[in-house]
Design a protein around this ligand. Sequence first.
Ligand SMILES: [Zn+2]
Length: 335
Amino acid sequence: MELYHQCCRYARVGDKGEILLGRNVVADAFEKRLIRVVTHAHQDHTRGLSRSTKWSIYVIATPITFEFLKLLGYKIPEDKKLPLSYNNSITIENETITLVRARHIAGSAQVLVESPSYRVGYTGDFKLPGTPPLEDLDTLIIDATYGSPRYQRRWSDWEALSALIALIDERIHKGPVWIYAFNGKIQEIMIELRRRGIDYPFLAEPLAIEMAKVSSREYGVDLGDLRPYLGGEPDESAVIFIHSSKTNGKIRLKGTHIRLTGWEIKSMVRMIRENVFNVSFSDHATFREIIEYVRDAMPKQVIVDGYRGKDAWFTAKYIERRLGIPAIHMPVRRK
Ligand SMILES: [Zn+2]
């Protein structure tokens, strides 16, 4: 309990997933603080944003995240928006806030808050490689979506991506290939497929297309033949991207259906039935990558975000025992 009191003055995770940093900053949920940071545009990091927009004096995010938030329907007054590009800082009330790149979805950022007497940081959602560690921290708050070895995938993203491409190539002559994922991941996959020369037509819902245009600019990748999906069964060899929440409504249609999920850990590609597959692909760090991040960052202490992650208690214990860094998970009781 001693660590709990020591660490939590300038960094903690609240009961509703709010990440409290320094004296004035809250990230990724609502709290009455001067500054609200949005690390990226996923829904579990934008909660309470309307309330924050009223209460806080500034909302800080990367320019790309602000573009996504607008497309997703969040109305943030221009005079409250404070876009920060990676590695740029702003000092407010004696605290310097910096956003640092995180590899997750376009625009994702880590948050660093510094004052003369403390230096604390939050990874937000991330995976490795491509997320530089926040170093010399007094306290690191880390995301641990896959917080124990029982969720460890035994293959890399690149292998999973190759398997996805092989499956698309094999199946596309039999009709459309439907890919189900959340926004953010949909756009990452579109970019990765185009980078690897996959030039089949892409169809997607209008919001996904608008978000893809933003990602395309950010990554400098031309998305080629990308058109709106207008419903029904397209009569052509196309890859159709559909939001995960609509899987049930589409999965009986003609073609091959592929669900992208990081929770598939049995195998890289798993056939569920004749034309339905799970492909194990995640936009979060594996357990091993979480530990690797902490080992590289070497903070004085660690708080594992147990609000969004699974088995955060295990991650904290592992970090203490294996790396010798004091660690706890918060909030202790999950809602
Ligand atoms: Zn996310």
